[in-house]
Design a protein around this ligand. Structure first.
Ligand code: PRP
Ligand code: MN
Ligand code: MG
Length: 176
């Protein structure tokens, strides 16, 4: 698709938002012994790198990679684990770190998959939230920006694997 991109959220605005998010997360986990941040690959890699460096105290990081695909026979979606976390999450405070919530399918399935392992607590953090696109209701504890239903890229988020390296978030604008 022929397109152009247009900056929507600057690197400075992201930086400022990460400070606010980290402040809230640090306050929430003040008494936590071993917080585990779990990033969902690939989109969250950039956000995770910047966010975890602002978290105080003992924190560990891990990653999970899932792929979702529609099931023609029903309206529900299956989520396949391509890479699981390496850590044992039982009895840990777990914070899932995601770049973007769209339909909510990815996060709600990951939440279900992790909850059966009986973490001490399980919370969700997303940099971007598109509530207009929600198909599955999922409670998000920490939200960076709530955005309208625009096609966005950058800061880890791709369009056909491109633009993950942009230091800012941009809108994709289709041409003719
Ligand atoms: C994107 C994004 C979220 C997910 C959100 O990931 O990074 O993980 O989609 O969509 P949902 O709320 O409708 O489930 P994608 O599957 O494109 O993989 P990627 O992170 O590797 O780009
Ligand atoms: Mn993703
Ligand atoms: Mg993607």
């Amino acid at each position: 698709m022929k397109h152009t991109i247009e900056e929507m959220i600057s690197a400075a605005e992201i930086d400022q938002k990460l400070n606010e998010l980290a402040e809230r997360i640090n306050a929430h986990y003040e008494n936590s012994e071993r917080l585990l941040m779990v990033g969902l690959l690939k989109g969250s890699a950039v956000f995770m790198a910047d966010l975890c460096r602002r978290i105080k105290g003992h924190v560990e990081i891990d990653f999970m990679c899932v792929s979702s695909y529609g099931n023609a026979m029903s309206s529900s979606r299956d989520v396949k684990i391509l890479k699981d976390v390496q850590s044992d999450i039982a009895d840990r405070d777990v914070l899932i770190v995601e770049d973007l919530i769209d339909s909510g399918n990815t996060l709600s399935k990951v939440r279900e998959l992790l909850l059966v392992r009986e973490p001490k607590s399980l919370a969700l953090c997303t940099l971007l939230d598109k509530p207009e696109r929600r198909e599955v209701n999922v409670h998000v504890d920490f939200v960076g920006f709530t955005i309208p239903d625009e096609f966005i890229v950058g800061y880890g988020i791709d369009y056909a694997e491109k633009y993950r390296n942009l230091p800012y978030i941009a809108k994709v604008i289709p041409q003719e």
